[in-house]
Design a protein around this ligand. Structure first.
Ligand SMILES: CSCCC(=O)C(=O)COP(=O)(O)O
Ligand SMILES: [Zn+2]
Length: 204
């Protein structure tokens, strides 16, 4: 039997996310692409910091359903939207850190604009702190198909890169593989903490 190296890397990333405190309780969901028509995604309701390989379900991108009959993440529709629209996407990480939850509420507009930070270069394609990184923020919703449609509509004028925030909920980010998605997650979380602290200090 061949070993799924990306699944091993994803499991390690989930454990790391748990240790960082970015998936408290049962928050968060994580996935990898499995070919053109499927992904492997976390089962709904699990503690994402202590997953095993058996906690990942094969899901069809078109239907969002798991042939096994088990219940994939409640937010599967956001992962399948990313894999379907962006063929280069190989891994998606959704987390519930305090900083992403709070900053997405403090920033009331439809996007968090980051500029002036050297760590912007942790995001693929970014080469200077002088450029702007735009992370769209969408109002949270329990209607995942409707939310996915809103995100698609927004991407027509603001292309999706790296990740988006759900207001009061958390961050969804991705990469070509688990290593890149993990680097984007760590880079964005660092930038969110800097931005939150900057706003707090400058408000005084
Ligand atoms: C307390 S977690 C609320 C649901 C959520 O936002 C999440 O990320 C986890 O849902 P899942 O169905 O993927 O376990
Ligand atoms: Zn969530």
């Amino acid at each position: 039997m061949t070993e799924n190296l990306q699944l091993g890397a994803l499991l390690a990333a989930c454990h790391w996310i748990g240790q960082k405190g970015w998936s408290p309780a049962t928050g968060g969901n994580m996935s990898i692409r499995e070919g053109d028509a499927h992904c492997l995604i976390t089962e709904s309701g699990k503690d994402k910091g202590s997953l095993t390989a058996e906690d990942f379900l094969l899901v069809e991108l078109e239907s969002g359903l798991a042939p096994s009959g088990r219940r994939p993440s409640a937010e599967t529709g956001l992962h399948t939207m990313l894999y379907s629209r962006y063929p280069e996407t190989g891994a998606v990480l959704h987390t519930h850190s305090v900083n992403s939850t709070v900053l997405s509420r403090v920033e009331r507009s439809g996007a968090l604009v980051l500029e002036g930070y050297e760590m912007q270069k942790s995001l693929s394609g970014q080469t200077s702190h002088l450029d702007q990184v735009v992370i769209p923020i969408f109002d949270n919703s329990q209607d995942i198909p409707a939310l996915a449609q809103k995100i698609i509509a927004s991407s027509e004028h603001t292309p999706l890169q790296y990740g988006f925030l759900l207001r009061g909920h958390g961050l969804t980010c991705w990469g070509r593989d688990v290593a890149e998605a993990r680097r984007h997650l760590e880079g964005l979380e660092f930038l969110f903490q800097c931005e939150l602290q900057r706003r707090l200090l400058e408000a005084k």
